[in-house]
Design a protein around this ligand. Structure first.
Ligand SMILES: [Zn+2]
Length: 397
């Protein structure tokens, strides 16, 4: 009985074992088959896609190269621009509340025409190159008609056409049209009225006024100006002293001089200052300021002039012409570092002016040497003389 039972158990054990083995074998086989299929499928997809993507990859590589080249180009442009911006940013401390938007005018003129494809930054530059090219052509036509000139003209004309196309491609306001259609203030040797505008007052004026006629952008009337880091003398003190000395010298030269103010306690807004020049129909308004910068080594004189915009178009040429002559004469006579002409579209007193206007930054009150110099009566005399001589040179036929 027991034997029979044991045999049955043994048999059923063996049966189950073989069944399990069979099952395992089956499972193993099916897994193996699936595995092989997956490998085969994967390989064939791989080969297929490799063959087809080869062409695309080549194209993509080429495209990426182009992109990189373009990026490099526009990086260069940006760097160049930054360099110029950096240079001018040192000049700008006197108008401390001004934003950092640098007038591109100065950059524009130096820009390379051939880079016009690059980006929208270049479009504006192209526009001003057009203006300059046109002027060159005009000047040369008047001067002479030799053969050299005609080749230059041809070159200039073709450049102009290229640039016109460049500027057309962008549907923004065309500064060239604005500039061409406007009646420009011309040099007038008969007009001997000079307006001198000493910067700032003995207290800031935080009231706001529109930055330009019709503009919604409001700017404070007077941030108060800078002061000597070492002498502690405020900017307005130096500005008034030089302004009064300049008045005397210009009157000696036969000019009629109007001061926007002679008292440091009087605080004027920049619209009011501009209106004084406009009412006088001045041949030139000169605004007297001194600079300040975080960098104590910054030094030298800068000449700020209006950038070419819709509202400054009538006075742009003449302001620029006078500004260049005056800064060159001043720095040469006084022996100070010439930081050059800086084009600004963010200066309220420029934007409201209907007569040519320039703003001299006589040096940095944050620079130890210049701070002491600007406080010296002799140095103030020589600055006034340099300015007077420059103005005479600019306004005498
Ligand atoms: Zn100032």
């Amino acid at each position: 009985m027991i034997k029979g039972v044991l045999n049955m158990v043994r048999k059923s054990y063996k049966k189950t074992k073989t069944r399990i083995r069979k099952k395992r074998k089956n499972k193993f086989f099916s897994y193996a088959v699936i595995f092989i299929w997956v490998i085969l499928l994967g390989t064939s997809i791989g080969i297929y896609s490799y063959n087809h993507s080869n062409k695309h990859t080549k194209m993509v590589i080429a495209a990426t190269d182009n992109k990189n080249q373009n990026n490099r180009k526009s990086d260069d442009n940006r760097l160049n621009k930054q360099n110029v911006d950096n240079k001018s940013s040192k000049n700008d401390k006197s108008d401390k509340k001004d934003n950092n938007v640098k007038e591109k005018g100065s950059i524009k003129e130096k820009s390379n025409i051939t880079d016009k494809k690059d980006s929208s930054i270049k479009k504006k530059e192209a526009i001003s190159v057009v203006i300059d090219s046109n002027k060159k052509v005009e000047n040369k036509k008047v001067e002479n008609k030799n053969t050299q000139q005609s080749t230059t003209e041809q070159k200039t004309k073709s450049t102009t056409i290229e640039n016109k196309e460049a500027s057309k491609s962008k549907g923004t306001e065309n500064a060239k049209d604005t500039y061409d259609n406007v009646k420009k203030v011309k040099f007038n040797a008969e007009n001997k009225v000079i307006v001198i505008d000493p910067g700032h007052a003995d207290h800031p004026n935080l009231e706001k006024e529109p930055i330009a006629p019709g503009s919604k952008t409001m700017k404070i009337k007077d941030g108060g100006g800078t002061r000597g880091t070492f002498t502690k003398t405020p900017e307005y003190v130096v500005a008034m002293k030089v302004a009064k000395k300049l008045k005397t010298l210009l009157e000696q030269k036969g000019f009629t001089v109007i001061m926007t103010k002679t008292d440091n306690s009087v605080s004027l807004g920049n619209v009011e200052r501009a209106e004084i020049g406009n009412k006088a129909n001045a041949a030139l308004v000169i605004r007297i300021h001194a600079d300040g910068a975080a960098n104590a080594s910054a030094h030298g004189a800068s000449m700020l002039v209006p950038a070419l915009t819709k509202c400054t178009a009538p006075i742009y040429d003449e302001s620029k012409r006078c500004g260049k002559i005056v800064i060159d004469t001043l720095t040469k006579e006084v022996g100070m570092y010439n930081r050059g002409v800086v084009y600004r579209k963010d200066i309220t007193g420029f934007n409201w002016s209907k007569v040519p206007v320039i703003l001299i930054e006589m040096g940095f009150m944050t620079n130890e040497q210049e701070d002491h110099l600007l406080n010296s009566p002799d140095y103030q005399d020589s600055i006034a003389k340099g300015l007077a001589d420059g103005i005479q040179k600019a306004l005498t036929p």
